[in-house]
Design a protein around this ligand. Sequence first.
Ligand code: SF4
Length: 946
Amino acid sequence: MKLEILQKIISSLESGALVVTASHRQNRFVRNLWDQHQLSAESTQHREDKIVRSWSDCNSLSFDEWLNQLFEYSSLGGLFSQQKHVPEILDKQQQQWLFRKIIRDQQAEFSDWSKVQQETLLNNIQQAWIAYSEWLLDIQDKTTSSCFFDTEETRLFRNVIIAFEAACKKNNWISQANLLNYLTSKLPSLMPFIGNKISFYGFVEFTPQQQRFINKLELQYKKDPDSSIQIIEFTLQSFNSNSDKLKTSTPESKRVEEKIYPCASVETEWVAAAKWSRQLLEKNNNNSINIAIIIPDLTNKQQMVFRIFQREFQPETQLSALRHIPKGFNFSAGENFHDIPLIQIMKHWLGIFSSGNIEHWGAVLSDSFCVGYSNEKWARAQLKHLVLSQKNEYLSIEKFLELVLSCNIIPLNQWLEITHQLAKVARTKPKTLLPSKWANWFMDFLKSIPWPLEKTQDSITFQIFKQWQQLIRSLSKMDAICGNITLTSFSSLLDEQLSQQRFQPETPKSSVHVLGSLEAIGISFDFIRITGCQADSFPGVAKPNPFLPLTLQRKLDMPNATSQRELRFVKMLLNGYRNLCGSLTYSYAVADGETLLLPSPLLMQADTCSFVEDSLPEAWMEVQQQVASNLIQWQDDCGLPLKNQQVRSGISILKDQAACPFRAYVRHRLHVTSQDKEDIGVSSIQRGNWVHNSLEMVWRRLGNHKTLREKTTEQLIKLVQQCVDEIILNRSGKLHQQPSPIIQYEIIRTNWLVLSWLEIDKSRSEFIAVELEKETEAEIGGLTFKVRADRVDTLVDENKIIIDYKTGKCKPASWNDDRIDEPQLPLYALIEERISAIAFAQLNREACKLTGYGDEAITDKGIENLENWAEQLELWKKNLELLAMEFISGLASVTPKKGACDYCDLLHVCRFNARIEKERDDGSENTDENIIQIASDHTSCEGALR
Ligand code: SF4
């Protein structure tokens, strides 16, 4: 069957027919086939006749190319000479822009939708529009027009289409989806540009729109006995034609070798497919065979699948962070152009002018493409830190220039020049321009800084630039549609255009092709492997388009409308694959999480096999050798001992030392800091400070338990309100930047927390709040720290209780640990006299409560009475001294306590996760527990430290 089909294509081409294929990929396949045929024909003829002959051109086009060519020929041939204006075809971007504008105008309520929701709406409406055109629906048709009032979605679609068609009519535009309708109406005048023999190849089915065109073409051909139309395979439905010229062949599938592989999960299916294809290739001497791996919905799984194949075919790429052109396999789904780092950085440069968001400043300061980066990268990193620590959401270019001029960071000469250039361009920035003019303006700016002259352009970077420049040029097409726009609108327009493009680097010819479901149709392969053949997805469930009337979709048997249609479609695809390949392999995941899955019943005839990886890729061996020869393992858990016992940081040293010695060393000895993350709205630190400060103010006014109890509820509410307002509204320096509703909410929240806490204080035994936010010095194990107690209450018996306000989590149980998580209060208890309890005051949404430890005389609820308080103090002293001595000795082992890494910002420095993964790979059991055990073992090195 395979040879028969290929022979039909060759015969068509030899007879002078134009072969029209359903896709560009199929057209490439036909052209390759023709080249091979010419080569073999040439060599045969050369042997027999000793004559060298020239090759004839391959007369094949994809369907889209053919239509556009017909449109161009017709305009050259004077078809439009009678018309005032030549119609213009809207390309994809122009059509999208027009739809977006109409949807916005139509439905003001959609303006509140998130960007993702709006994009989904736009995509669905565009898909509905294509189906509407291809299935020849008509909202004006009396018999069907009422269906478009069925639901809110169909009504919206109707309104959008009316506006879209009106705009097209007014401006003499033709959308790509309507081009075929237009050409059908002009077919008689087009006949001089259409040859008399046409073969269609690779169509799974003809849409009614295509069918109508071909029917009309056939009527024209009737006038010429030498003309013919041939359909080569793959038609799902027959024509409604009586002509014997239109013979469709819906071939029965042939029997090929079929196997099915169960895999543990979807991801292991892809891994197995990559390994299977690599092994197959090696067994067949690499390039002599053609393999297709079919992955349904490949576009959405692109990144993960690409990584898996690259790991298998190019293991050497795992050792470098650079982008690599795929080698050994060909990947049909490109990545989203918008997400490519180089494109992202250009967007950030534009963002400085259009919004000045702090995020853009941070990104351009880290731009390694920018001139002078290699010399100034550390200085720019410091400047970035400074910019982000301003805590402003936006920064104008003038303010930024002031900041650069006032900071003492050196060297920043080239960056200073860039900033001056930015300011100059910003001063002369026009208010509005046509999109193409904005594009030129922006490119001129990039050249002026200059950017990116420092970087060597490898092949991938070169291709990215090429595509970017094409996109910039194509923006001129938007001029007529958008008119003059602001830079902010231009930035959004560019964003939209970028998100529509995919980047597919040119790759060397390869034998393994990773494709989506439809892309393999009509192309001959030696082996095809179809993944995702679970019963619930092969065939898939029906997904009718919500913007088209369901009754119409079912009646017309439109794509995705019914499960019966999906079944027929998948069967047809399978037949297509069987007819053009030597061996067909399927795989399916046996489970998705906890759900068990079954293979598709369509594949009962396939033999079930299990995949065995019989060899590692040769390239892997080389990589392993390279890694082994480059890496020297060095276990070094100790830094330099501390010379003088002076430390800059406070009690956080002991806290970090307890959590992870490496963290303490890096933060407090090497003074490595991370950049603050910009919180949207009010940060959690700010919230905590407001609660602390409000409570301090309230207690300065109340003074003692007795006064608190004497206040009426109204008086207390008033007092708290005054204090909270004073703290949040008058003392915060940057409130004007916060939207008022957020602040109002924070005021309510703080009021509630403080009042709730005062209720707890009321219920306690009598006390005087003697010390509020008092800072004092504490010495332990040879280190001196500053410690601060939020509140110290003196009780009736003159003993004291120390209270620490906590708006987050608080776990007094951690004070029982050898490595104390929160050493502040135990340390304070050691230096102050007559401390009989330490406690956290928990103030958060979950609960407001007192929780801690004390001696047996304490009666406050929430304080656990310890039998031997003096012994407990001794134990804390010993444990804290040990931590201090560890720090002094320079101990810096990467031995975190359980949970210490959860919010630690040093993970990229210690690479602890890589160690865990390696130990897991090496087969260590309970890796986490082992590490934690090591951490607790430090306490047993007490003797050695002493
Ligand atoms: S991430 Fe974990 S191991 Fe690494 S420094 Fe932080 S706490 Fe220590």
